[in-house]
Design a protein around this ligand. Sequence first.
Ligand code: DGI
Ligand code: FE
Ligand code: FE
Ligand code: FE
Length: 184
Amino acid sequence: MNREQMIDKVKAEMPERRWLHTQGVMETAVLLAERFGEDPVRAELAAILHDVAKYWPTERMESIIREKGLPSELLLYDKELWHAPVGAWIAEHEYGVTDADVLNAIRYHTSGRREMTKLEKIVCLADYMEPGRDFPGVETIRELSGHHLDKALLAGFNSTISFLLEKGKRIFPLTIEARNALLE
Ligand code: DGI
Ligand code: FE
Ligand code: FE
Ligand code: FE
């Protein structure tokens, strides 16, 4: 599947506003890849696909998690987390992506994990700071991203963790591990 075909197929999976977000993540991931010495083509590919499962019905995500052997502990945490590992599965099996680093950048774009690759960090950070994002602290993240990939991403995880604490929600262990690893 070429880039244009992939874009058309992903676009058809989501409402217009989510496609606008995806385009923002694509542009931002390319910029960050150029800034921090990663491959912009692979960064863009992961960005195109990162939210492909975002609007799948819960039951459809749940059956992929159960039937394809994805980590079942995901089911104990917020449904918002599920589209990332499910998206990686779809990228591999429906879009023919074989690059493990690209697949992991999709898989971990929501939670992060410890020892993230540069590509994983870039996609996760681009998702936080694309031009359409507007949440308290996003400007600080954008400023840090001018020079510091890890500090900017840490600020992103801090903001997610604060948000989850405020809402009284569970925090997925990988998110805590991702934050701790950036402080080491
Ligand atoms: O899919 P997007 O909206 O572009 O962004 P995302 O994939 O980073 O999803 C973020 C949502 O996931 C946000 O509403 C917070 C929610 N979430 C729920 N539990 C957790 C979590 N995010 C992280 N990182 N860790 C959690 O434990
Ligand atoms: Fe997402
Ligand atoms: Fe994110
Ligand atoms: Fe996203």
